[in-house]
Design a protein around this ligand. Structure first.
Ligand code: AGP
Length: 609
C-alpha cells in the first residue's frame, strides 16, 4: 500500500505535496518522491521517511503549480532512490506515481526493453511510464495515451501521470487501489485517501475501478477505460484528519481487520494459476532445485508469527508431506539445533526486524541451511538475509496487534504448501486445484464474516467484564486458539490462555466454573465430535461457552453463544476462524474503554532480544 498526492492550481505545489505525503505516511514510509512541473519536470526522491524528502527538496528549485508525489511501501524492488516514485519514461517527458501491483510487469518490461526502452528501476510501476511514452510518441493525447496504456496492464493501480508537454494537467486512473479527487476553489487535489487533502477541502469525488480523470485547474473530466464519458457528483466529507487516516474507522486495528478480504487477494495476486492448477511463487524459483531435495522444514517466528508457523506445520505436512517443526525464535537460538544442508529454515515475520527471529536465521545460515522468509516488509533485515522468500503484500500494519499480517501469513503458507507439494510430486493435481480454488474464494468468505460482525460486538459487550478466558481448538485450530488468546490479552488486558482442546483434561479444566468462560473453535471438520465432547465437559462444570463454528453445525445445546463462519476446506478453515477472534478482541477493548491501537507495554516490532 503506498500514498499518492497530486495538486494543480495557482499555489506552489511543493509544500502542498509534502504536507499531503506526511498525512499519507501511514500507508508506506520506506521511500518517497515528488515531481513538480514548471517549464520542465523536476523530480526529487529520497529513501526513508518523508522527512528525508523534505530535507532534500530544500536544495532543489521546485517552482511550479502542478505536481505529483508518492510515499512508498515496497512490493517489487527494495527501498532505494532508484525504486522510489515518481518514475519517468526514457525521455523524461512524463512522470508517474503508482499504488498497486502490476501482475504482468515482467512480460511488459521485456517487451519494452526489446523495443529499446531503458529501465532505471526494479519496480513493476515503471512499465507504466514507458507504455505511456510509446502512446505519446504515436501522437496520442495524454488522456488517451494513459487509457490505452492501461489496457495492456493486468493487476491493480491507483496512479497519477504528469507530462512536461501538457501544462497544469494531471491524469488519474483507478483499478483496485483507492483514489479521491479533492475539489477546491480554482485548485484540485488527487490522493490515495482523504487524509492527505481534508485540510484543504472536504468536497471530493471518489474514483471507482475502471475510471480515469483529467484534472486541470479549470475542472475535472471523467472517462471509463472503454472511453465512455462519466458524470459524478461531488460529495462532502464530515471526517476530521484523524478519522480520514483510518479511512473512516475509529482505529487502525479495525481498519486492518476490515481490509483483510483485499489483503488475502493481494497476498495471492499472481500466485494462483487456476487454469494450470498451480501455485506460482516467483520468489522461490531460484532455490527450486534445493527445495526438491530438502527433508525437513523448521519454521521460526515470535508471537503471532509463531502461531502462524504452527498452522504452517499442519499445512505443509498435509499438502507437501515434509516433516515440519516450529520453533520460537527466542528459544531456537539457545539450542544446539540439528541442521543439515537438506534443512530449510523458514522465518515468518511481519516487520522482518524481530531480533530473535533474525538471530535464528543467522544461526541457520551459519549451519548452511537454506533460509526462506515469509515477510511483509520488503527490504527488511530478515528479507535481505534469507536466501529467498515470499512477500505477504499485506501493506503496512499500523495497529500493534497483528491482524491482517497474520491472515496474510496463513494465505502465503497455504500457497507454499501447495507449491512444495507440486514441486516434489507429493500433491495430486486434484488436491492442488481444490486447495487453490478454495483459497481464491476466501476473500468473499471473509467479507461475509465482516458483514455479519454485529453478533461479535454484542457477544463482546455481554462478556466485557470477564477477567479470564480459555480458548480451545484442535488440529489446525489449536494455533488459532493460541492466537485468539494472544489478541484478547494484548488489546483488552483480559487474562486468556490458548490450549489444544485435547489438553483440557490434563489440567486447565480445573479452572472452569461459572465465572470462567471458554471460546471453543469447533467448525464441522474431522475433529468436530471430539470438540463437542470437550464442550460437554465444560458445560458439566457450568463454564460459560462461546462456539466459533460453521453454519448449520448442531451445537446450540452446548453453547451460550455461537458465532457462525462459512465452511471451506479443512486446511484453510483456520483463516476464517481467526476473523471473529480478532473482532472479539477488538470489541472487548472498546467495551473496556481501551485504545486497541496502542496497548500498554507493547511495541509494534520487537527489535531487541
Ligand atoms: C502480535 O499481535 C504481536 N504484536 C506480536 O506477537 C508480533 O506478532 C511478534 O512480535 C512478531 O512480530 P513480527 O511478525 O514483526 O516478527
Amino acid at each position: 500500500m503506498c500514498g499518492i498526492i497530486g495538486y494543480v492550481g495557482s499555489k506552489q505545489a511543493t509544500p502542498i505535496l509534502l504536507k499531503g505525503l506526511k498525512a499519507l505516511e501511514y500507508r508506506g514510509y520506506d521511500s518517497s518522491g515528488l515531481t513538480v512541473q514548471s517549464d520542465r519536470l523536476v523530480t526529487v526522491r529520497a529513501v526513508g521517511e518523508v522527512s528525508e524528502l523534505v530535507e532534500r527538496v530544500q536544495h532543489v528549485r521546485t517552482q511550479g503549480t502542478a505536481g505529483i508525489a508518492h510515499t512508498r511501501w515496497a512490493t517489487h524492488g527494495i527501498p532505494s532512490v532508484e525504486n522510489a516514485h515518481p518514475h519517468a519514461d526514457c525521455a523524461g517527458g512524463i512522470s508517474v506515481v503508482h499504488n498497486g501491483i502490476i501482475e504482468n510487469h515482467i512480460e511488459l518490461r521485456e517487451e519494452l526493453i526489446a523495443r529499446g526502452h531503458v529501465f532505471a528501476s526494479e519496480t513493476d510501476s515503471e512499465v507504466i511510464a514507458h507504455l505511456i511514452e510509446e502512446r505519446l510518441s504515436d501522437c496520442r493525447p495524454l488522456f488517451a495515451a494513459v487509457r490505452e496504456s492501461l489496457a495492456r496492464v493486468r493487476g491493480t493501480y491507483g496512479l497519477v501521470v504528469i507530462s512536461k508537454e501538457i501544462p497544469q494537467t494531471l491524469i488519474a486512473a483507478r483499478m483496485g487501489s483507492p483514489l479521491v479527487i479533492g475539489v477546491g476553489d480554482g485548485e484540485y487535489f488527487i490522493a490515495s485517501d482523504p487524509s492527505a487533502i481534508i485540510e484543504q477541502t472536504k468536497d471530493v469525488i471518489f474514483l471507482d475501478d475502471g475510471e480515469l480523470a483529467a484534472v486541470t485547474s479549470e475542472g475535472v473530466s471523467l472517462m471509463s477505460l472503454d472511453a465512455q464519458e462519466i458524470q459524478k457528483e461531488t460529495q462532502q466529507l464530515d471526517w476530521d484528519i484523524e478519522t480520514a487516516t483510518k479511512e473512516g474507522n475509529p482505529h487502525f486495528m479495525l481498519k486492518e481487520i476490515l481490509e483483510q478480504p483485499q489483503v488475502i487477494e493481494n497476498s495471492c495476486r499472481g500466485r494462483i494459476d487456476l487454469i494450470e492448477g498451480r501455485a506460482v511463487l516467483g520468489g522461490l524459483k531460484e532455490v527450486e532445485d534445493r527445495l526438491r531435495e530438502i527433508d525437513r522444514v523448521v519454521i521460526v517466528g515470535c508471537g503471532s508469527a509463531y502461531y502462524a508457523g504452527l498452522v504452517g506445520e499442519y499445512l505443509i505436512e498435509d499438502l507437501a508431506g515434509i516433516p515440519v517443526e516450529v520453533e520460537l525464535g527466542s528459544e531456537y537460538r539457545y539450542r544446539k539445533p540439528i541442521i543439515t544442508e537438506r534443512t530449510v529454515v523458514l522465518a515468518i515475520s511481519q516487520s522482518g526486524e524481530t531480533a530473535d527471529t533474525l538471530e535464528a536465521i543467522r544461526e541457520a545460515k551459519r549451519k548452511n541451511a537454506l533460509t526462506l522468509g515469509i515477510i511483509n516488509t520488503v527490504g527488511s533485515s530478515i528479507a535481505r538475509e534469507t536466501d529467498a522468500g515470499v512477500y505477504c503484500h499485506a501493506g503496512p500494519e499500523i495497529g500493534v496487534a497483528s491482524t491482517k499480517a497474520f491472515v496474510s501469513q496463513l494465505a502465503v503458507l497455504s500457497l507454499v504448501g501447495v507449491y512444495l507439494g507440486q514441486l516434489r510430486g507429493s500433491l495430486s493435481d486434484r488436491n492442488a486445484g481444490a486447495t487453490l480454488a478454495a483459497l481464491y474464494e476466501l476473500p468473499d468468505q471473509v467479507q461475509e464474516i465482516l458483514n455479519d460482525r454485529n453478533l461479535v460486538t454484542q457477544t463482546a459487550k455481554k462478556y466485557s467484564s470477564i477477567e479470564n478466558c480459555l480458548y480451545l481448538g484442535r488440529s489446525f485450530h489449536a494455533p488459532i486458539a493460541y492466537e485468539g488468546a494472544l489478541k484478547l490479552k494484548e488489546v483488552s488486558y483480559v487474562h486468556a490462555e490458548g490450549y489444544s482442546s485435547g489438553e483440557m483434561k490434563h489440567g486447565p479444566i480445573a479452572l472452569i466454573d461459572q465465572g470462567f468462560p471458554s471460546i471453543v473453535l469447533c467448525p464441522e471438520d474431522s475433529v468436530f465430535e471430539k470438540n463437542c465432547s470437550n464442550m460437554q465437559e465444560l458445560r458439566a462444570r457450568r463454564g460459560p461457552l462461546i462456539g466459533i463454528t460453521t453454519k448449520g453445525a448442531q451445537i446450540d445445546h452446548l453453547v451460550d453463544a455461537r458465532i457462525d463462519i462459512p465452511k471451506t476446506i479443512e486446511c484453510l478453515q483456520p483463516i476464517l476462524s481467526t476473523i471473529p477472534l480478532q473482532l472479539f478482541a477488538y470489541e472487548m477493548a472498546i467495551a473496556r474503554k481501551l485504545n486497541p491501537d496502542k496497548p500498554r507495554n507493547l511495541a509494534k516490532s520487537v527489535t531487541v532480544e
